[in-house]
Write a protein that binds this ligand. Structure first.
Ligand code: SF4
Length: 428
């Protein structure tokens, strides 16, 4: 494969492996391993490359992308060569848009899937990539209909299995069409995307996401592909995003979240070694900012799950860290004005009852807010060794206080002012 000319992209664009994005701590290189599968040995390779070419900080994004941080500009071509040689680049990625399709980490493996979501996702990805002019951030969710529900992930197009061999097609605004058979889906997807690109070209501001179309336009888009409206599928419980999950053929997977979606080269290396020792041959990236260790006998999976818990990974659904986003902060990131990752652990403990009840917390090492661009119930932004405190907002919104970690913890204790305001907002 020839590597397209490298292009460092502006913040807000999608970084890919071949086209990294400049961030506060160097280039961010996003990795989409083919079929979303890595072996334990490939884990070790990624760990080695992350420290050789960058600052060794590794994260898994909220869309299940493996991201290497702090890559030195001059090292990027060598990193790409090394990743290609290791078979870690999805060569279909080319220099087109990033991966379109999001699936569950157990697509094609989960015991309760209503169809083979992995095979369908690959067919949809191929069909989508054939459409010229697709916006880079366009996103399609392929959901096999099992307990690993992807309802919480934003998508322009949602392909949801609602019964064995039957799917519903969802467009933004809870507009549902179908039912359709799996074999019809790739062609229908291509038609919908093609119509969207044409609509985007016609619009004066060249809209980039389907959600910017109004319901009448979306319904017309679906009708042009012969789709008819249907009742919205029944609501499902939240996903079992961490812990033990049954696979086909009496196998079990361990889903483990990385604390705040982050680790470093040493941590990744150790995880690969533990997986290899347990007999794991397939590790998948999870959009719940973690990993799926697949294909284990039940007893081995249970032991691995206990080991990962003891090493600080998230394997319980009520772990407060699942409600916290944080960047690496100082000292790993040169731009960091506070040790965001260390402080996030303290704050997750302080706020555990509220976090397990649904409160969201974002801890950022500086105003760039790399780890989360949206709003959170409590956003803390590092500045001069302390935190700007923002309630119900994003980094950049007005702060109500500028506090050290110690002051913050005291004022987050039950009965204190900030805690009282969070309690009130949360129960109100
Ligand atoms: S937000 Fe965090 S990772 Fe991003 S530049 Fe600032 S300190 Fe570094």
């Amino acid at each position: 494969m020839s590597v397209p000319a490298r292009e460092t992209m502006r913040r807000g664009w999608c970084p890919g492996t071949l086209r990294p994005m400049a961030t506060g701590d160097g280039l961010l290189v996003r990795l989409h391993p083919p079929r979303n599968v890595l072996t334990p040995d490939q884990f070790a390779q990624v760990a080695e490359l992350a420290s050789r070419h960058g600052n060794g900080q590794i994260e898994i994004s909220g869309r299940g992308n493996l991201q290497l941080r702090g890559i030195r500009e001059e090292a990027h071509p060598a990193l790409v060569d090394d990743l290609l040689e290791a078979g870690l680049v999805d060569e279909a990625e080319g220099d087109g848009p990033n991966r379109l399709v999001l699936t569950s980490p157990l697509a094609g493996r989960a015991a309760d899937e209503l169809l083979d979501a992995a095979a369908l996702a690959e067919a949809v990805e191929r069909a989508g990539r054939a459409i010229a002019g697709l916006p880079a951030k366009l996103s399609i969710v392929v959901d096999g209909g099992g307990a690993l529900a992807l309802d919480g992930f934003a998508a322009d197009l949602r392909l949801l299995a609602v019964a064995a061999g039957t799917l519903a097609i969802g467009l933004p605004g809870e507009l549902w069409f179908g039912p359709v058979a799996p074999e019809e889906v790739p062609v229908l997807t291509a038609q919908l995307l093609d119509s969207f690109v044409a609509a985007s070209r016609r619009s004066p501001d060249h809209i980039r996401r389907m959600r910017y179309l109004d319901p009448a336009e979306l319904t017309a888009l679906a009708a042009s592909s012969g789709l008819v409206p249907m009742t919205a599928p029944a609501a499902r419980p939240g996903p079992v995003s961490v812990g033990l999950v049954a696979e086909r053929d009496n196998r079990v997977a361990v889903l483990a979240g990385l604390p705040f979606g982050r680790t470093d080269a040493d941590g990744l290396h150790r995880l690969g070694a533990r997986a290899r020792d347990a007999g794991v041959r397939e590790i998948r990236l999870s959009p719940w900012r973690g990993l799926a260790f697949c294909g284990l006998p039940a007893d081995v999976a249970s032991i691995l799950c206990d080991t990962l818990r003891s090493k600080g990974l998230v394997v319980e659904l009520d772990d407060p860290r699942l409600s916290v986003s944080a960047c690496a902060g100082a000292p790993a990131c040169a731009r960091g004005e506070v040790p965001a990752l260390v402080d996030a652990t303290v704050l997750a403990d302080t706020l555990a009852p509220l976090l397990t009840g649904g409160l969201s917390l974002h801890v950022s090492g500086c105003a760039k807010s790399c780890a989360h661009t949206g709003s959170a119930d409590l956003t803390l932004v590092g500045r001069d060794g302390r935190y700007d405190v923002i309630l119900s907002g994003a980094a950049g919104d007005a702060a109500i206080a500028h506090l050290s970690l110690g002051e913050l913890v005291r004022r987050l204790e039950p009965g204190q002012d900030i805690r009282a305001r969070l309690d009130a907002a949360h129960t109100g």
